[in-house]
Every structure is written in structure tokens, then in C-alpha cells.
Design a protein around this ligand. Structure first.
Ligand SMILES: CC(C)(COP(=O)(O)OP(=O)(O)OC[C@H]1O[C@@H](n2cnc3c(N)ncnc32)[C@H](O)[C@@H]1OP(=O)(O)O)[C@@H](O)C(=O)NCCC(=O)NCCS
Length: 216
């Protein structure tokens, strides 16, 4: 598949720095376990994108792709080739300026807004990347705006990214998703992702899935 293939009015193309704002918007509109998260982040609509979109577009531009239709950007698939290296760079090159702009919240965590909980994460960044995940050294994020969902575009985006990662020498890829996002779970299972781990309490549980490139 090439970068500019057009199908059903949708086009996959490399993400440009000028797509940042539109990509943050897709992140927000899918930021509540796949549903619209606008109501959760009214105090800072960029809080999620600052962690899950911005650093990928800036630090891994060759693995950042957007989906576009006549109305503009309506999805993205973003990846890091070498997760260990990416997390090091995130800590050194991305988080310091975010932390400078958003102080670590104080007081009772139960009173924090979702944005403030993310600020806490910026300041106390912790990533789950155990030795057993090393067979899946890359990781990715995909989100499509509602108008692009359920039309086969997610599959196209994933195949595009999996092929790109494989060409770049990746042995495997993992991802993290909310256990509440049943649609995403079915989607990844159709793509032959296997469950690697489940962590967190019920209601807040996340699932890690992985897929080796040699399975395709
Ligand atoms: C999860 C997500 C990436 C899945 O992408 P998607 O393209 O919507 O994939 P879905 O499996 O939901 O939709 C595919 C369905 O589209 C329909 N469809 C319509 N035209 C199609 C076509 N040309 N080709 C394939 N499927 C088509 C089919 O019903 C298909 O279902 P089936 O595979 O059971 O037949 C996307 O829904 C999304 O971004 N959701 C919100 C954000 C999110 O949850 N992100 C993941 C966070 S971990």
C-alpha cells in the first residue's frame, strides 16, 4: 500500500507538524475509552494529546500517519520503533517542558480532575514495559474520529503501520488499551494480537496486547 492510497474518500498519508492540532482533537474525541472525552478534559483539552499524540509526532515522525477525508484529518496511527529508546527520549526531551507548563497537583488525588491526574503522570512518569515485552519492542496508538469508524479504515491504518514497522526491522509490537473498550479488543484480536497482561483494578483495568511480525 502506498502513502497516498485513496479508498472510499479516505486517504492515509504521513503526518505533518501542521496536523498536530487536528490529531489532538481526534485524541480528545476518542479519549474516554474510545468514546468522546471532551467532557472529561474541559479544563485542558490538550492534556491527553500532550502525552499520547505530541511526542510520537515529534519524536517518531516517520511512524506517524493520519487518515484524511474531505473534511480533514479524521484519524491517526502513531508508533515508536524501539519502546525503551522512545521512553528515554520522552523523559529527556518531551516531559520537562510539559512539567514546566503544568505543575504537579497537590491535595487529595480523589479531588483531581482527569487533566490533573495526567499532570501527575507527567511528573511521575511510569511505564509498564517488563522483560517479557521485549519480543514486542515497538508500540502503537490508533484512534479514528467517529465519522471514520466502522468503515474498514482502522484495518487499513493498522496494516499500513504494521508493514512500515516490519520494513523498519521491528520484531513485534505491543499496545495498551482500556479493558472497557470492547470494540477495540475485538478489533485487535481480529488482527491476531494476543493478550500479554492485564493490570489495574476493575473499572480502571488496562490490557496489553502484542503481535509478533513473523505471524503475518
Ligand atoms: C478501534 C478502532 C481503531 C477500530 O477501527 P474501525 O475501522 O472502526 O474497526 P471496526 O472493527 O470497529 O470496524 C470494522 C467494521 O466496519 C465495517 N466495514 C464497513 N466497510 C468496511 C470495509 N470496507 N472493510 C472492512 N470493514 C468494513 C464492518 O462492519 C467491520 O466489522 P467486521 O470486521 O466485524 O465485519 C476505531 O473504531 C476507533 O478508533 N475507535 C475509537 C478510538 C479507540 O477505541 N482506539 C483504540 C484505543 S486502544
Amino acid at each position: 500500500m502506498n502513502d497516498t492510497q485513496i479508498e472510499s474518500g479516505f486517504r492515509i498519508r504521513p503526518c505533518l507538524p501542521t496536523d498536530l492540532e487536528a490529531a489532538y482533537d481526534v485524541c480528545l474525541k476518542t479519549g474516554d475509552s474510545g468514546a468522546d472525552g471532551t467532557h472529561l478534559y474541559q479544563d485542558d483539552p490538550a492534556a491527553l494529546g500532550n502525552l499520547y499524540v505530541g511526542p510520537y509526532i515529534v519524536l517518531e515522525p516517520d511512524l506517524a500517519f493520519v487518515l484524511e477525508d474531505g473534511a480533514g484529518v479524521c484519524g491517526y496511527v502513531l508508533a515508536a520503533l524501539d519502546s525503551a529508546r522512545f521512553y528515554e527520549r520522552l523523559q529527556a526531551e518531551w516531559l520537562p517542558s510539559l512539567c514546566a507548563r503544568h505543575p504537579d497537583p497537590e491535595g487529595d488525588p480523589a479531588t483531581w480532575t482527569p487533566s490533573q491526574r495526567l499532570y501527575h503522570e507527567y511528573h511521575h512518569y511510569q511505564v509498564y514495559y517488563p522483560p517479557s515485552f521485549r519480543a514486542y519492542p515497538s508500540h502503537l496508538h490508533i484512534d479514528l474520529a467517529p465519522r471514520a469508524q466502522g468503515r474498514g479504515q482502522g484495518m487499513r491504518m493498522m496494516h499500513h503501520q504494521l508493514e512500515t514497522l516490519e520494513r523498519r526491522g521491528s520484531a513485534g509490537v505491543h499496545l495498551c488499551m482500556s479493558a472497557l473498550n470492547h470494540r477495540a479488543y475485538r478489533f485487535y484480536r481480529k488482527l491476531d494480537f494476543d493478550e500479554l497482561a492485564r493490570i489495574g483494578a476493575a473499572g480502571d483495568e488496562v490490557i496489553y496486547l502484542g503481535r509478533r511480525m513473523d505471524r503475518r
